[in-house]
Each structure stands twice: as structure tokens, then as C-alpha cells.
Design a protein around this ligand. Structure first.
Ligand SMILES: C[S@@+](CC[C@H](N)C(=O)[O-])C[C@H]1O[C@@H](n2cnc3c(N)ncnc32)[C@H](O)[C@@H]1O
Length: 263
């Protein structure tokens, strides 16, 4: 408990974010640590037997055979973003599966997109590199600062996004439950979305149906880190869609991303 005091102090200095603390505490209290670990094990197993690599998933969804790394295609943007993040001196959370985001946004020729959870802005950059090819496109990104982060990290949210792409971008710096209704009011119909913020079961089960409802037919729903719990599995069942599960090995070991295509 004593080691949670700095986090509590951080929330007290951000009173507008206190409802988020309440949701976090509630979701912790709802499941014991043993329950959470058991759910996580079941989720990992469910993902592992279904998962394919990014290239195979992109082929399965789009029919496209050739996938290059975004680092290669947009080397200047990526070199600049890496420098920005290094210069900020901050350890920022992220990045999602950037090739998946970019190629799927290209596949649906996305004009309107919403993502939750920004961190340094790698996923925002991947979206914007696609959306910026279509005049009048808009990505709305919603995110609060990482709880406990420093003032500099707070001001570095989305720092990987260069000013040349900002005319296609709106960042709403609020917790999901305040930001998402605003984003959905601005973009009631979307081509693609990416969920990468509150990873609790409650957070996902609150946001997933709202994003799904806004997706147009043929639109694409992507959720990161679906192996945290069974929320994505249960949501796929509730919308009666077969998900595509993608595995990627990173600093945190094997992680899984889920994709659903709206019929
Ligand atoms: C993993 S990072 C996002 C990384 C980003 N999507 C990328 O791929 O580069 C998760 C972000 O979600 C934010 N976040 C966590 N819980 C949130 C909540 N309840 N509401 C809004 N943002 C939240 C965190 O502060 C963090 O910036």
C-alpha cells in the first residue's frame, strides 16, 4: 500500500483524473490477484492457439502479399520521431503494431479514425501516414497521461507526430470515459479504430461496444494487448465475429493484438 502513495499523490495533483483512479481501484477490487492471473493465463492460451504473424494477418484481411516495415517506407519520419523521443529524455509507453495499423488503414482507405491511448504517438503516426494521403481525413486520438508520469512526459504525449501531419489530427487529452463520447460525437461514423488505453476488463467492456457501434460496415476494429484478460474474446463472441489474432514478440515477451472486421 505504502508504495502506491506516489501514485495517489499524482492523482491528487490531477483532480480531473480522480474518476479514472476510482475505476482502476474498482477493477482491482473486483478480481483478486489469483483471479486476474488465472484470467490472464486463459487469455494467453486462447490467443496463442489462434495467433498468426502480422504479415499473415494483413494478407488474410486485405489479400495483400507484400508488407514492408514502416521504418523502411517512412524512414525520415521515423528517424525524426526516434530523435524527438530520445531528446525528451522520457520513457514513454507504446508502440502498437504499426504495420498492422497502417496497412489496414490503407485497405479501408480510411478517412475517419479513432484511437484510444497515445503514449509517444507511434500508433498515431502510423495512422496519420495513411490518412494524410486523403484530403479531409481525421484521426481523433484520446489519451490521458500515464499515471505517475513526470510533467515532461505529460507534455510529450504524441511527440512522435510531426507538425506536417497535425492538420489531420485531433488529440483529446482526457480519460477514455470523458474523451471517447466527445470523439464519437465529432466522428459518429468511423472506418477504423484502435483501442490501446485502459486494459482492464471494465475499461474494455465500456469502450469496445461504443467503438464497434460507430464503425461502418466493412470497418476495422483493432485492440492491443488482448492477452491481458478475456474481454476481447468475450466481445468477439458478443458481436458474433471471428477475430484475427496477431502475435508479436517485444520487450514484454509475446503479446497479442486482435482484429475484427464489421460485417
Ligand atoms: C500503451 S500506451 C499507448 C501506445 C500507443 N497506442 C502506441 O502504439 O504508440 C497506453 C496509453 O494509454 C493511456 N491510458 C491508460 N489508461 C487510460 C484511460 N483510462 N484513459 C485514457 N488514456 C489512458 C496511457 O496513459 C498511455 O499513454
Amino acid at each position: 500500500m505504502i508504495n502506491k502513495l506516489p501514485l495517489l499523490w499524482w492523482y491528487l495533483r490531477h483532480p480531473a483524473l480522480l474518476p479514472d483512479l476510482f475505476h482502476r481501484v474498482w477493477s482491482r477490487l473486483k478480481f483478486t490477484r489469483t483471479d486476474r492471473e488465472a484470467l490472464k493465463r486463459e487469455a494467453v492460451q486462447w490467443c496463442a492457439v489462434r495467433a498468426v504473424l502480422t504479415v499473415a494477418a494483413i494478407k488474410q484481411i486485405t489479400g495483400q502479399n507484400h508488407v514492408s516495415s514502416l521504418d523502411e517506407i517512412f524512414s525520415e519520419h521515423f528517424a525524426w520521431a526516434h530523435r524527438r523521443i530520445t531528446d525528451s529524455g522520457q520513457k514513454m509507453p507504446g508502440g502498437g503494431n504499426l504495420e498492422l495499423i497502417y496497412y489496414l488503414a490503407e485497405y479501408v482507405q480510411a478517412h475517419k479514425a479513432i484511437e484510444t491511448g497515445v503514449g509517444a504517438g507511434w500508433s498515431s503516426l502510423a495512422f496519420l501516414l495513411s490518412l494524410s494521403k486523403r484530403e479531409g481525413s481525421l484521426l481523433i486520438s484520446t489519451s490521458m497521461p500515464y499515471p505517475g508520469s513526470s510533467k515532461i512526459a505529460e507534455s510529450s504525449i504524441g511527440c512522435a507526430v510531426p507538425s506536417s501531419l497535425k492538420k489531420f489530427w485531433q488529440l483529446i487529452e482526457k480519460p477514455d470515459r470523458r474523451a471517447l463520447p466527445v470523439a464519437l460525437k465529432l466522428l459518429p461514423s468511423i472506418d477504423i479504430c484502435h483501442y490501446d488505453s485502459d486494459k482492464s476488463v471494465e475499461g474494455r467492456m465500456w469502450a469496445y461496444p461504443r467503438l464497434w457501434q460507430a464503425l461502418r460496415p466493412g470497418g476495422i476494429f483493432i485492440s492491443d494487448d488482448i492477452d491481458d484478460n478475456l474481454a476481447f474474446r468475450d466481445f468477439s463472441v458478443s458481436v458474433k465475429q471471428q477475430p484475427v489474432i496477431i502475435k508479436s514478440e517485444g520487450a514484454m515477451g509475446m503479446r497479442y493484438t486482435g482484429v475484427l472486421v464489421k460485417p
